[in-house]
Write a protein that binds this ligand. Sequence first.
Ligand code: NOJ
Ligand code: CA
Length: 543
Amino acid sequence: MENTREKAQSWWSHATVYQVYIRSFADGNGDGIGDIEGLLSRMDYLVDLGVDAIWINPWYESPLADGGYDVSDYRAIESRYGTLAHAEELIGQAHDRGIKVIADLVPNHTSEKHAWFREATSSNVGHQSRDRYHIRDGKGLDGELPPTNWESVFGGPAWTRLDDGQWYLHLFAPEQPDLNWNNAEVKEEFASILRFWLDRGIDGFRIDVAHGLIKDETFPDIDLASAKLLESSQMENHPHWDRDEILPIVASWRKILDDYDGERMLVAEAWVHPTRVGRYLQPGLYQQSFNFDFLEASWDREVFHTSIQKSIEAMAPLEADSTWVLSNHDVMRESTRYGLPPETDWRAWPMEGPSSLLDAELGSQRARAAALCMLGLPGSCYIYQGQELGLPEVWDLPEDVLDDPVWERSGGKLKGRDGCRVPLPWKQDGASAGFSESGERWLPQPEHWGVLSVEAQQKDAASTLNLYKQAVALRKKFCGADKAFTWLEGFPDEVLAYKHGDLSCLVNFGSSPLPLDAIDNVLLKSDRTHTAELAPDTAVWFL
Ligand code: NOJ
Ligand code: CA
């Protein structure tokens, strides 16, 4: 297959985007919580890495019941992260360095501490403020049963009862009541919030739970026996996932963005079946949607091949571009994931073990190969902070430090997502490996975390950080959104081989080395050896 781009080019078409989980990036004031000042102090690191844009996880005022995805004021910065002035400075400093800024918008739910929810819960049954949320009578003789059998993504029922006897819907934690997107005030408020941040120079928005905004107003039960919640998002006419009525809302947002100068974009966090992603990417809607199919691909040549091929084919008739994601703040870090046997449920494994299943060295080798595999592809690549350091999942965090609501809501069955959110190591030494000058950190880092630090890796030519840095630069030089992508023939079955622009990439998923004698212009190898062969679980780039 050959695919030559003739689409309009925008800054995101072939961008390398770096995801900043602000709470764990860098602490500027010594309280152990990452903040905007910390990010400002590390801007040159991002320039050096060569990224085109940053996506910052929610930085708005929030009780942090779900790491900031519970927003109490969308126009204020969480005081633990800084002030609005800091945010404005950050946007300006990023722009001065040619870096775009993508904010994270959370329209599916607010925090329970949001003024709207406070008003709704302190008003009488039937008050119009309640219509901004899904607040309903329960079932049963006395309304003692929830209105539907829907489950929260974090575990447990998706409804919580108020003191007055009515129930409110929360597809996530009880601290995150779902908004009613059929309510005119909700629509107006979010249009105004978008303008608030666009006026301040934000270049794009990552839209949280993009597939969840609309609920079936008849509130039917779900056949839970045959459908697990996330998997059932593949189902047509699901009561609360992936409903058609979401798309006109997106169109209204897109019109707002398009009215602004410059190119502003929307990227969807839509956990839907790959065959349904294209619906969100029709003209006038999202420009991108995260490619979770690629993130979930197990370490297998066919699986990777099919995932890449499907995405490129799906994007061909659309204005949209492929995105490539290996990691984010919601999933086990890939250098641990790829070190587990393929059939392992990595969400459950940190509890169920046994730890002997993990081959950490193998995982980290594969993660480096996957990095080259991803960074040569056409479209946008999203790098989650720490991925460029090859950080592993900290899967053995003690239970008493776990902060993710998943831990509690799953009744201790799942550890949750804290293990990929551990504060970054910047320096070799010090109590918090340079995350905070004071040595404080909101989650403990493993012992010897400093070995993986930016400082240590900058000194080591063969480090994962230097691999990423070189790969990002070479990607800019030799590939591009307007360049042809084609699969290369003539390699063994277990080798994935493609050419994009001038750059060719081979990834060895097999168990025997591949001689590289016939290849002269090697640019980069994921294992950084200079041998004339491609070892198993490694990748090479050449011209
Ligand atoms: C997706 C976000 O990435 C995740 O961190 C959050 O818990 C849920 N949406 C709910 O907002
Ligand atoms: Ca701080």
